[in-house]
Design a protein around this ligand. Structure first.
Ligand code: THU
Length: 166
């Protein structure tokens, strides 16, 4: 038997330590929370994706009375980027959220499992890592690659290979 450990580097920055690009992206993610449609959870999430040509696309969570039909802010932004700019890579994705009190959360809100799977496959598709920037008023977390959010992930290459061989 062998016990293995996975270590994931996490960088924590204060708002004052952000680069101008990161600060701009944060501003966009915060603004996007005001376009959340979340009458059920009253939890407003905004995401801003920086593309490799400097374009920024934004998304916000969009809920629906048939609950599973809604979509998280991260996927809204990344799917929009894929639909509108399929040749561009997402290099940095920033997420911010306001809680039921309307205030930005103190702790960063980590993407849900479904979003992690989508972000991971987006990296495969674009053949380059996407940095993730999670905003909280107590600090901002940076993760180097979506893969770090989903260790031991389901890999598209397995799927494609098994599809081809079946
Ligand atoms: N939500 C996001 O948009 N992103 C996350 O990372 C976590 C959760 C949304 C889904 C739902 O609309 C609301 O927040 C409450 O879960």
């Amino acid at each position: 038997m062998e016990e293995l450990t996975i270590n994931i580097p996490l960088l924590k920055k204060e708002e004052a330590e952000l680069t101008p690009t990161e600060a701009t992206l944060l501003q966009k993610a915060k603004q996007a929370t005001y376009r959340s449609y979340s009458p059920y959870s009253h939890f407003s999430v905004g995401a801003a994706a920086l593309l490799d040509d400097g374009t920024i696309v934004e998304g916000a969570n969009q809920e629906n009375s048939a609950y599973p039909s809604g979509l998280c802010a991260e996927r809204t932004a990344v799917f929009y980027a894929g639909a509108q700019y399929p040749e561009r890579a997402v290099t940095l994705l920033c997420v911010a959220a306001r809680d039921t009190d309307g205030k930005f959360t103190a702790r960063p809100i980590p993407p849900c499992g479904g979003c992690r799977q989508v972000l991971s496959e987006t990296e495969d598709r674009q053949k380059q890592p996407m940095r993730i920037m999670l905003y909280g008023t107590d600090g901002i977390y940076f993760i180097n690659t979506a893969k770090d959010l989903l260790p031991i992930h389901f890999d598209t290459t397995y799927f494609l290979q098994s599809t081809i061989h079946n």
